[in-house]
Design a protein around this ligand. Sequence first.
Ligand code: PLP
Length: 437
Amino acid sequence: DKYTKIYMEGTSKSRELFERARKVLPGGTTYQIRHFSPYPVYITRAGGARVWDVDGNEYVDYWMGHGTHILGHSPDFVVKAVNDAAYEGTHLGYPNTLEVEYAELLTKVVPNVDMVRFSNSGTEANMYAVRLARAYTGHRYVVKMEGGWHGGYDGLHVGINPPFEGPESLGLPAEHIKYTLVVPFNDLNALERVLKDFDVAAVIMEPVLGSGGCIEPQPGYLKGVRELVDRYGALLIFDEVITGFRLALGGGQELFNTKADIVTLGKIVGGGYPGAGAIASRSEIMELLDQVKRPSARSRSFHGGTFTGNRVTLTAGYTLINYLSQHRSLYEGFNNLWNWAREGLNRACEDHGRLCWVTGVGSMLGIHFTRDRPVNARVAYTDRINEDLYHLTHLYMRTRGILYMTEHMPHLLPSMIHTREHANTLVEEFKGLLSEI
Ligand code: PLP
């Protein structure tokens, strides 16, 4: 109550906006995960590691456009490049030089890929990647992880929240997910069982479970997945929409030295601009999309769309990734800083009767008020000490000028321009919260 009062006193304009918004935007938002209770703040401006709300409150942002802004909000050199490019056409709708250059760059920085196709979102990238895997293997089933979020595509919109089975949305017929199998993350036995029993086209997974709680793979797990997938003739799709260009320039494949057959990208790949997504793989798989080699539509796997290869997004993405590829050394300090912060947060949890666990790798941090350290999303959701702690933590942090998402599954995705001071403040504020609890 105390913090609800403080929050509401400081956010009266957001409250008014929420009331207006609810009349014209279902739930008062454009995406349900952006809601927090009793009402969200409405942001008017962002810059660097910060955002400002309509009441003039300033926050250190740990959401960073859903994990998009690896170099902070609106890096000057990216915005300038986009503005210059936009005057020469915002969307060309023809093959263009930039898509060639950007695809060449991506094949250099993303391991194990020869070719790329750009899509409009992470969701689309995954949708087409699944189709491509089915086309390549001739198999039907797709395996995903409990808690794995791959976007709103019907075929993957299952197994996200407990009980991790059945359609997760109204209007999604069970028939649309009958070829989707769900297993727990970090569980090779469960994976082997389904690979043995079904004709699996692909296992799609994040190398670090992202919005399912920022849960790291246990030692040997990803290697084990790779071996099983090979043994049973499936493909391994790494959804690197969050982990790509974050864990390392080459994403989870690079950090964990594990090869995927298809990599899907989103978020950072668009340099902070919308329409961000890509499917990347080796030639023998990508060849199935090739309309020159396969002139008949029925002999290809379809991928396309009006805004694919959009100039604005590709300019932003190319400019950003090119910068990162010339500053690879940034990753070491970036990972070290947030590993250090995670240790500090975990020490605080331990000092308070092991009230919580902070999971993840590098700049992916998950906060869990669970009895055991979550090794998968089932533990993260069902072993909770008290659901109210999640709400209180979010509320408390908001009143202390720290914003993260989501209220009920906290995952923090700081950028490279967040400083040691930011990390230190986060740890200290968290300690303050735990003392109050
Ligand atoms: N895959 C992962 C791992 C994600 O975190 C997300 C979005 O949060 C998606 C796919 C979907 O991407 P988009 O929201 O761009 O469709």
